[in-house]
Design a protein around this ligand. Structure first.
Ligand code: SF4
Length: 321
């Protein structure tokens, strides 16, 4: 039976992304692997050089590591192997997952020597050979080098490997203001080096940092289009408990996106973003008990629906200019 579509499709891009208005990650995974692939988040016990004094103390001002990780994946005492097996079972049960991508998410997941990294990533892949189809590794631009990339290529080159770096802002004065401890130049260098080894790069962005305006955020789309970046995670700035920004916000509140203003910005950003770039996330997510502001008063699934509805109503299509 043919499904009736809500309206005539206008462009090739709409046809390509249907029923979404953007290049969604779920679609990318289905097309790439021909199966229902789900990510299993693993906490391998890494730390962060921006917290332990190697690069800085206190971390990035917006960061509370816990708030960026779903509750069930926080500070796990289980081994990497146990976390993978448990996560796979959960994803099978809840979503009918068939294959798995192990996602090293909390903290800086290349912040160790190369032998330790190889051992940890191997534990994940060897937990379920054939079922684990790839690794996604979240890290900082100043924690990658050729030796690590060569190890990844040699040991895991037969799998899908994606490395995620925070861009956050393209302005070094803003990066300094949030105690990021890296520059935009370092981000660009890490992206180009990683792409040289054939790995897919994901950029993590934040819109709404103090000191920036819409022009700065829209310029990020042009930069992503220019660089060898395949994926992006889009986040509005949210202030979370336990972060330096939370204290600053309490002392002197600054303007944050409303759901309406973010939807409007998102439409402009996506229209400017290359249709080849896969959008892994449309907005920032924090558990209710961690969130200070902005509170949009909706569950994550409803925010997703509202943003997608706004894109539909405004006729936005990724890459339409
Ligand atoms: S955001 Fe990442 S790099 Fe910054 S302090 Fe947190 S874990 Fe470290």
């Amino acid at each position: 039976m043919r499904m009736t579509r809500p309206r005539e499709l206008g462009t090739d891009l709409e046809e390509r992304f249907y029923p979404k208005r953007y290049h969604a990650y779920g679609r990318f995974l289905r097309e790439r692997f021909g199966a229902r692939v789900f990510r299993v988040i693993v906490d391998a016990g890494f730390t962060c050089p921006n917290r332990d004094g190697t690069k800085g103390w206190g971390g990035c001002s917006y960061c509370n590591v816990d708030s960026f990780t779903p509750k069930e994946n926080r500070r796990s005492l289980a081994s990497v192997r146990e976390q993978v097996i448990e996560g796979m079972e959960r994803a099978r049960r809840k979503y009918g997952a068939e294959k798995f991508m192990v996602y090293f998410q909390p903290n800086t997941n290349t912040y160790s020597d190369v032998d330790t990294l190889e051992r940890i990533y191997s534990q994940a892949v060897d937990a379920a050979p054939g079922e684990v189809v790839g690794l996604t590794i979240g890290t900082r631009p100043d924690c990658i080098d050729r030796e690590k990339l060569e190890m990844l290529k040699r040991r895991f080159g037969h799998l899908y490997v994606s490395i995620e770096y925070g861009l956050e802002s393209m302005r070094d004065d803003v990066l300094a203001g949030i105690n990021r401890g890296t520059t935009h130049e370092e981000f660009v260098a890490a992206v180009e080096l990683t792409a040289e080894y054939g790995f897919e790069v994901c950029a993590h962005t934040i819109f709404g940092l103090p000191g920036e305006a819409e022009g700065d955020w829209l310029a990020v789309a042009d930069e992503l289009n220019r660089l060898p970046i395949r994926h992006v995670k889009l986040h509005h700035l949210h202030v979370v408990k336990g972060s330096i920004l939370a204290k600053r916000y309490r002392d002197e509140p600054f303007e944050l996106f409303t759901l309406e203003s973010y939807a409007s910005f998102l439409g402009k950003f996506l229209a400017r973003l290359s249709p080849e770039i896969v959008v892994q996330r449309l907005f920032g997510v924090a558990d209710e008990e961690d969130l200070v502001a902005p509170d949009w008063g909706l569950r994550k699934s409803l925010i997703q629906r509202e943003l997608e509805r706004a894109l539909e109503l405004d006729g936005v299509v990724q890459g339409s200019g």
